[in-house]
Each structure stands twice: as C-alpha cells, then as structure tokens.
Design a protein around this ligand. Structure first.
Ligand SMILES: *Cc1c(COP(=O)(O)O)cnc(C)c1O
Length: 351
C-alpha cells in the first residue's frame, strides 16, 4: 500500500504550536509583533466575490513589488508558499544525485537532510568551526558536489557570515553548481548578499515573509536569482501545483512589503530587545553565540539545554531544544517583545 519512497522518509519536526494553554512562545522564531496595519486594512476590505476564481499563478503584482524593493527585475523573482516550499523546489531543480553530494554545514536548518531524503539525494555535512562559524575552506576543497546550501545567518546558531567570504566561496565554485543562500533571518543583521546575484548566475537567494514581516501564518516566501534559475523553479512548480500562493496571501505580501516604515520599526525593536537579552544573560553567566537573527543560541553555565527547556516550560515559556551532540548544551530562544524578554530574564534569574 505504501511506496518505498514514503517508507524511507524521516520528516522534519516543527517546533511546538500548542493549541491549549497560552505560553510565551520563544520557540519557532515567529515575529512577536503583528503584521503591518496595512495588512489589517486589506483583510477588512477583502472582496469575497473574488474567491471563486483561482489566484494569479505567477503572483505578478507581488513579484513586481518584491523586484522594486530589491531593485532587480521581475524575472529575477520567484514567489512561493513559504520559503520551505521554494527550498523543496530548489532541491528538486538544482541538485542532481549523479553529480555528488549536496553540501551543507553539520549544524544547520534540519529540513535540508529531509529534502535530500525526499528527492533521494546524497548529502555531506561539513563541520563548523569551534566558534560555530562556517568553514568555507572545507567547502572549497570538495571536488565532487551537486550543490551547496546554508542559511545566513545560520540556524540554530544565529551566526553571520561575511558577504566577502560568501563571494570568495562563489568564486571557488564551479559555475554549473548552484549555491542556495537561505536568508530567512538576514533582515535582522546588516548584510544581505542580494547584490551578488548579478555577478553569479549560480546564486539563488531564498527569503521569507514569515520572520521579519510577521506573516508566518500567510505562507509567503520568495527567491531572487538569475532568470534561468527562476525559470527552472517555475517549471518545477508548474509540474507540481500551479496555484501555490493563495489570493489573500498574495495581497497580504503586497501590503507588507509596501510598508517600509513599519518593517524598519519592527526589525529595530527586535534587534534592540536581542541586545538587551544578550546583555542580561551574559550578566548571569550564560554563553551566547553572537547573533544576527531574531533568536539567540544560549548556554546556561551549569544546566543542560533539555533541563532549561523543561524548567522554562513549567513556567509557561517555550524555547527550542535540539537533542543532538553539542547542540544539546544550549537552547534556542526566539526574541519576543521587550516585556516578554523581561519576564523571561526574571524567571531564569532563579535557575
Ligand atoms: C523559518 C525558516 C525557513 C522557512 O520559512 P517559511 O517561509 O515560513 O517556510 C527557511 N529557512 C530557515 C533557515 C528558517 O529558519
């Protein structure tokens, strides 16, 4: 009854989304602030009579807005149902088993190996440096590889890699191998690599409305890259489902990306609260990896990650714990509103 492909799958485990009691949710890197008020106005005025029709399969208006925002042309832009969907299409489109393994860091977004199993791709994990930075020289040494992917900032560490180092890696790569840069969190640090897409036609950058634009519930992501890469994603998408992004989500994305002031204000608040949280935890003796994301990866001076996770959950605060090698010493704490983080700090003071 079940296909061989299905039986070998080990699916991704998303962070808890408890539906019963209300927690302070610091576990899935959602934005603690609501989306732009422009999104709210839009939803109040939605034309129900439009919902009997299929949405624009190409998300044309949203693509145009995104292109304007990054000063690229619409044929550099692909829109999908969350960036997870675009990642999946990209693994399908650009990585080929016959070319060797897909390369990614040993500690990174745990969905990457899942896509590899979904598409029967081999992968090779490249060890991070001791300070959790990515060792690009190890990537450059690999002679046979199907492609490379990593997030910048990395997850769950929050560590930022310099654009100059990414450029060096691209220069060392074969031009017929794609580098996918997952910039889900890049708005919380200073350096996006989007301008490199003109120079490197094998660079695909994937971004999302879920984190910095407070629209995780709307499922909108996008990719920026050379028109050839965008066209490949479109071919893959239209061989799977032409209408991935629903009518209302397309409109929400348009409103969110128009509201630059609100976006800048939210991002600034989160960065300020991140620095506050890091400062307070350091005073309590925690070790924090420098973070350019809307989360921090933090280690208590004595207690294990699992212990901290359990103690916080009892107090009504959810964080994320990863039961894997050195990661299990730490917890990943998403940055909430300032008052949430003050409460969090006052609770961990008692640990
Ligand atoms: C959250 C996240 C995504 C997925 O974002 P969606 O657009 O909500 O699917 C992709 N990559 C990384 C590294 C993430 O943390």
């Amino acid at each position: 009854m079940f296909s061989k492909n299905l039986l070998k799958l080990e699916p991704y485990t998303p962070g808890e989304q408890p539906q019963d009691k209300s927690y302070i949710k610091l576990n899935t890197n959602e934005n603690p602030y609501p989306p732009s008020p422009k999104v709210e106005n839009l939803l109040k005025g939605i034309d129900i009579n439009r919902l009997n029709l299929y949405p624009d399969p190409n998300s044309t208006e949203l693509v145009n807005r995104i292109a304007d925002n990054y000063r690229v042309t619409p044929d550099n832009v692909f829109v999908g149902n969350g960036s997870d969907e675009i990642l999946s299409l990209a693994f399908y489109s650009f990585f080929d088993k016959n070319n060797g393994s897909v390369l990614f860091p040993n500690f990174t977004y745990s969905f990457y190996p899942v896509y590899c199993s979904f598409y029967s791709l081999n992968y090779k994990e490249i060890a991070l440096n001791e300070d959790f930075s990515i060792d690009f020289s190890k990537f450059a040494k690999e002679k046979k590889y199907s492609g490379i992917i990593f997030p910048n900032p990395n997850a769950p560490t929050g560590k930022v890699e310099l654009k100059s180092d990414i450029k060096k890696l691209l220069k060392s790569m074969r031009s017929d191998r794609v580098l996918i840069l997952d910039e889900a969190y890049v708005d919380f640090c200073d350096e996006s690599s989007v301008d490199l897409i003109d120079e490197f036609e094998n660079l695909l950058i994937i971004k999302t409305f879920s984190k910095s634009r407070s629209l995780a519930g709307a499922r909108v992501g996008y990719a920026l890259g050379d028109p050839k890469l965008i066209k490949a994603l479109t071919t893959a998408k239209n061989s799977f489902n032409s209408y991935t992004v629903n009518y209302i989500s397309q409109l929400m994305g348009i409103e969110a990306i128009k509201d630059v002031l609100y976006f800048n204000d939210c991002v600034k608040k989160i960065k300020d609260t991140r620095e506050f949280t890091i400062k307070e935890l350091k005073l309590l003796g925690w070790d924090i990896i420098p973070s350019g994301a809307n989360f921090i990866f933090a280690k208590h001076p004595k207690l294990s990650g699992e212990k901290i996770y359990t103690m916080l959950k009892e107090k009504g605060i959810l964080v994320r714990f990863f039961d894997k090698e050195i990661l299990n010493q730490r917890v990943r704490i998403s940055i909430g509103k300032q008052e949430d983080m003050e409460k969090f700090i006052s609770i961990v003071k008692d640990f």
